[in-house]
Design a protein around this ligand. Structure first.
Ligand code: ZN
Length: 127
């Protein structure tokens, strides 16, 4: 039992995939849609998990570092291939550091196209 809030945002960037044979090994761009989901077992005094404005500002702060970049040139993605899965994990790690108990980042979802989405999430067993 609990509460869940979600926010969507967007960023545009270019990437090329390493170790992959197909169109995506060439530099190309996407308009990525990102959704983050935050859960909590209780609400604040105002009756909210967290003000949507604050969630949006937090997410956009993280996406700002990716927007209009060539992802392969960002240090993290020199190490990890900039696939939607690993972009979702990157955003998850950055956002979850900014949340304090009782707020828990449940998942980040990254759409590379309107029909293709990768999700990074933690289960209750994860510490
Ligand atoms: Zn791509």
């Amino acid at each position: 039992m609990g509460y869940k809030v979600k926010i969507e945002s967007y960023f545009s960037a270019a990437h090329r995939l390493r170790g992959y044979h197909g169109k995506c090994e060439n530099l190309h761009g996407h308009n990525w849609k990102v959704e983050i989901s935050i859960i909590s077992d209780r609400l604040d005094k105002a009756g909210m998990v967290l003000d949507f404005k604050k969630i949006k500002a937090m997410l956009n702060g993280v996406l700002n570092d990716l927007d209009h970049q060539e992802l392969n040139k960002i240090a993290y993605f020199k190490k990890y291939n900039p696939t939607s899965e690993l972009i979702a994990e990157y955003i998850f790690t950055k956002c979850s550091r900014k949340l304090k108990s009782p707020l828990v980042l449940e998942s980040t979802s990254v759409w590379e196209t309107p029909n293709s989405c990768a999700v990074y999430y933690k289960t209750l067993d994860d510490k």
